[in-house]
Design a protein. Structure first.
Lengths: 367, 523
């Protein structure tokens, strides 16, 4: 138990220290463009957490990051690197849109499971092709999933512009979803129970995201399938020797990863945009890779990492609003620093901290 | 190179080295006299490799000093070590397969930017060294196509080409036939006659006794003793290494089952970096251990792969009571396990355990689809599995018996005990055993051998593949010697002799080898 505790403590403290360093470097950057770093930090913090609207937006962004981060983590647990969440989410958005358009007048609680299934089928199916190429033919999944992002983008442009666009409209998007399918927003719920709140795109999908995270913890760490998946991730030769059908489990893992990415599409189409828009995944699929990296590919780490990225995105918007000479790019740079430090360089610090805590816990026990 | 002083080629004085909390070398002091062959023995983890890595500049000692040829040496890198006249022949050869034998020797020791003397100069020097030390090998061949023994001679010459006066060889005999070992030892004696010093790191006590002048025994990072080899016996050495008395396992007589439990007929398996299996047939009965002897890379691995369901059968068939594998019907590793074939893999780290995982997670690896392990099903009940795992660790004497420790931090012997216990948990009828004591210390070897014999006495059929002749001789009721994917013949326990098996390992059929021996006897 001591070993596990020290590795968790070490990982956690290393992440926090690295985040602090990223923040300090970001502060230096803000100072360099002639603004007050502590004031800027306050603005970012207040923007992200200081008002109910800011908080809602933070969690709305975080919802997308949770889906994208979980998508990457599922496959990463099997050492499969699915870089295609962006495209898979985009195709999943199409599935969601088609499901909702096919169910006019059907209320959201019936439409949601259908849309989730359709989105999962579309996005999981989109991931199936690179998955089979990887597992059966040895094509590099990283390359194929990146290429499939471009394919998804081109295919969706064609579908939206030529098939879904309302005739005569100049806007490259599908028509609006039936209003009955709009997911309940959190602000509506809060207002209904007597807490008046401004309208934001945060919907009940945030609960779906948390439930999905819990479900994946169960699936990956408490079922035989998850055990076999992790065995492949750690040592696929040993997994094969132990009787795991390596190719099949790999394909299943990558498709599940794609299907999870599809939930991002559900959130955008049913929750936020209510249309199938061009580039509806808006980069969340890519940033999700960094979220998973910082969250150590574990749902329990991905949720806080996603909230952090949501807060940076929301707080960053206020920053450029309040400080004319600080552009939004500063926040993007801070995001980059977070990824570099908490995602990459952490491997320099973590082993030392783990060893430190192991020593500390041991002396406590023997004392 | 400095002029030698004193009588010793190397002196270690109070060498200490720690890796984190592990003390690898604890106050080690001994001397290697110039012009002798010096053995260093010890179990895995006794500190042999660490000490040699310190001598060769790969690690730095925390404290203590080293004297080379009587002068204090500060060895910061292998370049320093080579400059001081130390040559190292690693267990895994460091030869470049795209270069010829000669280019390999010269590589890194070329004569300056302009290559003064050119190819001809290098060749002349190599040929002179070859003649002087009897290190024959063709200069213009690619090492990959040469035998392992020949590759080793290239490695030795590489060191001599760099003017090594002290040669360190790390487990040099593990890949050689007994005859090749004899040739190697002749080379050692030639080197000694020329005033060179040879340090032999090994765990094979027979070889220490056969060739060394002095021997240093390490145990748990400490230097137990340095003594003239003439004053020790095999059992006294083993005892000093382990720190207690070692009892060889007894093989009581047993009657093999009349019907074979496993039949292999004309088996052909594609090679993976070696010859593969090229037409092998044998029967394996209950209550017997069939040993497969041979130099590594003669198709034993491919045989085990095919029997594990990991390599397709090209021709022939493998048949048990319930299963048949041939070129048409393959059975997955899981299917074979459920069909009663237990499997102790020859490469534990690659196939047997997942090093980063805990003992708990490893304890059901391969059993994850078994119905007989409590807590294992579609979903996993880790609390039940933990209770089961604790039993498994205790019954198999895995130390420490902590289910939550990553398996990678356990010693090789304890890892192997877990693997064996796990494979026996399903009570398989047939047990495939590959290199069961590779990287395992003597104490654990004793326990593992005992366990295998116990299975045989219970009536199970064991196929033992090992490159350690001692192990084959100790455990086998019958032995098949493999060479280039074929059987060179089958020997009963009473027929076993090192000379005979050695000749068959080098590619003579049993009849040829017996004929040759008879001829030699009468001559």
């Amino acid at each position: 138990m001591t070993l596990r505790a020290s590795s968790i403590l070490g990982g956690l403290s290393a992440t926090l220290i690295n985040l602090l360093i990223a923040l300090l470097l970001g502060g230096l950057l803000v100072a360099a463009v002639g603004a007050d770093p502590s004031a800027a930090l306050r603005v970012v913090y207040n923007g992200a957490f200081g008002s109910s609207a800011g908080l809602s937006y933070t969690f709305y962004y975080a919802t997308n990051y949770i889906f994208a981060g979980l998508a990457f983590a599922v496959a990463a647990q099997a050492s499969q690197f699915n870089i295609g969440a962006e495209g898979q989410a985009y195709i999943g958005g199409l599935g969601t849109g088609l499901a909702c358009l096919a169910l006019p007048g059907v209320s959201w609680w019936l439409a949601l499971p259908v849309a989730v299934a359709a989105s999962g089928l579309f996005s999981g199916g989109w991931a199936l092709i690179p998955a089979v190429m990887e597992a059966r033919r040895g094509s590099n999944l990283i390359i194929t999933t990146i290429m499939f992002n471009f394919l998804a983008s081109l295919l969706m442009t064609f579908v939206i512009v030529n098939l879904l666009r309302v005739p005569g409209s100049a806007i490259p998007s599908s028509g609006p979803m039936p209003e009955s399918s709009f997911l309940p927003r959190i602000d509506q719920i809060l207002t209904a129970i007597g807490i008046p709140t401004n309208e934001t795109p945060l919907t009940i999908m945030v609960f779906v995201a948390v439930a999905l995270a819990l479900g994946l913890i169960w699936l990956i760490w408490h079922t035989r399938w998850g055990y076999e998946l992790r065995a492949i991730g750690k040592n696929s030769d040993a997994a094969a020797f132990a009787g795991v059908n390596v190719a099949r489990v790999k394909i299943q893992a990558i498709c599940l990863s794609g299907a999870v990415a599809g939930m991002l599409g559900v959130n955008e189409v049913m929750g936020a945009q209510h249309r199938v828009l061009l580039e509806l995944a808006a980069g969340y699929g890519f940033t999700g890779i960094a979220v998973a990296l910082i969250g150590a590919n574990h749902p329990a780490g991905i949720i806080p990492a996603a909230v952090l990225f949501g807060a940076l995105q929301q707080g960053g918007a206020s920053l450029s609003f309040m400080f004319p000479n600080v552009s939004r790019d500063v926040v993007v740079i801070v995001q980059g620093l977070v990824i570099l430090l908490a995602g990459g360089l952490i491997h320099m610090l973590r082993p030392r901290l783990v060893a430190f805590f192991a020593g500390l816990l041991n002396t406590e026990r023997s004392a | 190179m400095p002029e030698p002083q004193g009588a010793n080629a190397i002196e270690f004085h109070n060498i200490h080295k720690r890796f984190g909390r592990v003390v690898a070398n604890n106050d080690i002091s001994f001397a290697v006299p110039r012009g002798t062959i010096h053995g260093i023995v010890g179990e895995n983890g006794a500190g042999k490799s660490t000490l040699m890595n310190i001598l060769f500049g790969i690690h730095q000692a925390d404290s203590g000093s080293i004297l080379i040829q009587g002068r204090p040496a500060h060895i910061k890198s292998s370049i320093d070590a080579i400059r001081l006249g130390i040559g190292m022949v690693h267990q895994h050869f460091m030869l470049v397969d795209r270069l010829t034998a000669m280019q390999n020797v010269v590589l890194g020791a070329e004569t300056g930017f302009w290559l003064t003397g050119g190819v001809g100069g290098g060749r002349k020097r190599i040929e002179a060294l070859q003649a002087r030390y009897g290190l024959d090998f063709p200069l213009d061949h690619i090492p990959h196509n040469l035998s392992v023994g020949t590759q080793q001679r290239i490695e030795i010459l590489k060191a001599l080409y760099r003017d090594a006066s002290v040669l360190i060889l790390d487990e040099p005999t593990s890949v050689l036939t007994p005859q090749e070992v004899d040739i190697l030892f002749t080379v050692f004696k030639d080197l000694k006659a020329e005033g060179k010093t040879v340090v032999l790191i090994t765990h094979k006590l027979r070889e220490v006794l056969a060739v060394t002048d002095n021997v240093t025994i390490l145990r748990q990072g400490r230097c137990v003793d340095t003594v003239p080899t003439a004053t020790v016996t095999r059992s006294s050495l083993a005892e000093a290494m382990v720190g207690r008395k070692i009892n060889p396992v007894a093989l009581p007589t047993a009657t093999p089952s009349p019907r074979p439990k496993l039949s292999v007929r004309d088996l052909v398996v594609k090679g993976q970096g070696s010859m593969g299996v090229r037409g092998l047939s044998f029967d394996l009965h209950g209550a017997e251990i069939l040993g497969i002897a041979g130099v590594a890379g003669n198709g034993q691995s491919e045989l085990l792969m095919a029997l594990s369901g990991l390599a397709p059968v090209i021709e022939g068939e493998i048949r048990t009571e319930h299963l048949t594998i041939d070129h048409k019907s393959t059975i997955s590793p899981g299917g074979l396990r459920r069909g009663g074939l237990g499997n102790i893999p020859e490469d534990r780290h690659r196939n047997g355990v997942i090093g980063e995982w805990t003992g708990l997670e490893n304890s059901i690896l391969g059993l994850q689809r078994s119905k007989d392990v409590p807590g294992v099903g579609r979903s996993l009940n880790w609390r039940h599995i933990e209770a089961w795992c604790r039993d498994l660790l205790r019954h198999n004497d895995v130390r420490p018996p902590d289910p939550h420790r990553p398996i990678g931090v356990l010693s090789g012997g304890n890892q192997q005990k877990l693997v064996i216990g796990r494979e026996l948990a399903l009570e398989p009828d047939i047990l495939l055993v590959g290199q069961p004591t590779r990287g395992v210390d003597i104490g654990a070897i004793e326990a593992i051998h005992g366990k295998l014999v116990e299975q045989r006495n219970k009536g199970r059929a064991l196929l033992l593949v090992s490159v350690e002749l001692d192990e084959i001789f100790a455990l086998s009721d019958r032995v098949i010697v493999m060479f280039e994917g074929r059987s060179m013949g089958e020997l009963s326990r009473s027929e076993l002799s090192e000379t005979l098996v050695g000749m068959m390992m080098a590619g003579m059929s049993k009849a040829e080898a017996l004929g040759y021996l008879k001829q030699r006897e009468s001559a």
